[in-house]
Design a protein around this ligand. Sequence first.
Ligand code: SD4
Length: 329
Amino acid sequence: MMSNRRSFLKKALASSSFLLPAGMMPAFGQSQYRNTNEKFKPLILSTWDHGMPANDKAWEVLMETGDLVSAVEEGVMVTELDMDNLSVGLQGLPDREGIPTLDASIMKGDGSCGSVAFVRQVRHPISLARKVMEETPHVMLAGEGARQFAIAQGFPMEEEVLSPKAEEAYQKWKVESKYKPIINIENHDTIGMIALGADGKLAGSCTTSGLAFKMHGRVGDSPIIGAGLYVDDEVGAATATGLGESIIRICGSFLIVELMRQGRTPQEACEEAVRRLVAKNEKDIKDIQAGFLAINKDGEYGAYAVQKGFTYAMHHTGGNALLNAGYKF
Ligand code: SD4
């Protein structure tokens, strides 16, 4: 009886949210981002508004099992199943041929990692990435090979039918068939999650259906270790969201971890990555959104984006909160 009550309280605490109403959100402007002298352990960060339910799940798994890798896997699985999300999972917006293709990666702070790219018909690419990490001598499987591996591992193959929302958007897009990235709306909403356990170990995950109406075969930053995700127990972890091409160009997540290794705070490292990204993508920058999240091993954190509008969810023992990241423009 007593232990049931305790576990109920533990669960209630784990899922309690301290979401700030929009009007009360701290006004993080150009230079008024949140002060990150705070330190939290355990700590889970994830990208965008959909990070809230993903964080809740990850926290619950972490509290119940103490398993950080399962926490970051199961956390983003929530987003992979969210039918309202048009940029993660099979319900996401398809490529130009009308086919949804998915990218995902997972990494532990000891250097173990796995990823899948350009994979079809798999409902949970993050779990497939974990299988690559745990069951193969490789880091990355792509396309048909990744699908074959999924079948061999017993993953169910889903029918290739667009979700109603994706079908509607695809039909609209086909009228002009023009591709132009639009910032901060449904074609930019990857979930990246990074987590620090009470024992100081780190892990991260990242999963996406990539850019809407991309060329068939296009792979973004999310499955590329060092671009969309990087984790090192000696230093910290980082993840990225936004226009993958701009992030790959600067090895964004690896860059942030290396900057932290050299003594920058997570916030300083995210800002420097954005500065570098802007410098390397200058001529198109007004059409580019990209955002980064970072945690160091002491439990400090940071977030920064190219443009206004990047939100992230932060969960610590006090609850789960949706925050606005600082931004360059
Ligand atoms: C990609 N980074 O495939 C992903 C897309 C996306 O938030 O982030 N968005 O380029």
